[in-house]
Design a protein around this ligand. Structure first.
Ligand code: NDP
Length: 250
């Protein structure tokens, strides 16, 4: 119990780093028990040590689809209903279109799309019986306009935006809101890999971002907290750019 209100519980995939970590920190500051899922045990443990008892680290590879339902059932058995699922975990591959192998393409789709479907399905099974819950997906500027050398990532993030709308129309009548945040370029390990050795790309990003800087993970966290809260109770099916204006930049 926090402030005499029942504890809310969230799952944040990839909650041990970057944007997911910022969302987890903000959720916990707001008294939300947050289950974080990732593959790197050290990263998860360090997050747990920093954030304390409301942080529940779970080492799990989300591409093990066949085990997701069992994992979700056991988490709900232990911690009760899940109020918010943030499908944040994702991987990127920056490579010329012509050089990307089928296997690499499939790998990106597995993590960024199929795992989102599998975990959402497993969580929705429970949210449906509670007639309450909300899901936040994370897309990217790659689904707003064309970016070279990220073919699989772009396919995956375009899929996420489509899935958000399809899920929202089907699940909202059951009391489950589904929204998506489309982050602009946010300073994390992932964007560092794509931008730091590519001055031209970095320059392009900044020149079409009216606010003129990379975003911070906390900027995405603030939007996630809002979308997960009752303040957003009439918002579903939306794709919210949090991008310093990058998606409308000239
Ligand atoms: P990070 O690389 O910092 O974080 C990605 C997280 O996903 C890691 O914590 C990682 O955990 C987790 N993850 C990846 N694969 C798996 C898996 N198979 N199973 C479980 N966890 C997994 O990236 P960001 O914080 O930058 O990105 C977070 C999300 O935001 C992604 O969906 C990304 O596409 C999106 N995004 C990021 C932007 C940016 O500019 N940074 C812009 C637009 C969108 P672990 O290593 O422990 O497995």
């Amino acid at each position: 119990m926090t402030n005499n209100k029942p504890l809310k519980t969230a799952i944040v995939t990839g909650g041990g780093s970057g944007i997911g970590l910022a969302i987890t920190e903000l959720f916990i500051q707001n008294g939300i028990r947050t289950i974080i899922i990732g593959r790197d045990v050290k990263k998860l443990q360090a997050t747990k040590e920093k954030l304390g008892e409301l942080c529940i680290p779970i080492a799990f590879n989300l591409t093990e689809f066949e085990k997701i339902s069992e994992l979700t059932d056991s988490l709900i058995m232990e911690y009760g209903p899940i109020h918010t699922l943030v499908n944040n975990a994702g991987i990127n591959l920056k490579k010329d279109f012509i050089l990307v192998t089928h296997q690499e393409f499939e790998n990106i789709l597995s993590t960024n799309v199929t795992a989102v479907f599998a975990l959402s399905k497993a969580v929705v099974k429970h949210m449906r019986s509670e007639k309450n819950g909300n899901i936040i997906n994370i897309s990217s500027m790659a689904s707003q306009y064309g970016i070279p050398k990220v073919i699989a990532y772009t396919a995956s993030k375009a899929a996420i935006e489509g899935m958000t709308k399809a899920m929202a129309v089907e699940l909202s009548p059951m009391g489950i809101r589904v929204n998506c945040i489309a982050p602009g370029f946010i300073a994390t390990e992932m964007s560092a890999k794509a931008l730091n050795d590519d001055k031209e790309r970095m320059q392009k990003v900044l020149s079409r971002t009216p606010l003129g800087v990379l975003g911070k993970p906390e900027d995405i966290a603030a939007a996630a907290l809002f979308l997960s809260s009752d303040a957003a109770k009439f918002i579903t099916g939306t794709i919210l750019p949090v991008d310093g204006g990058n998606s409308i930049g000239f």
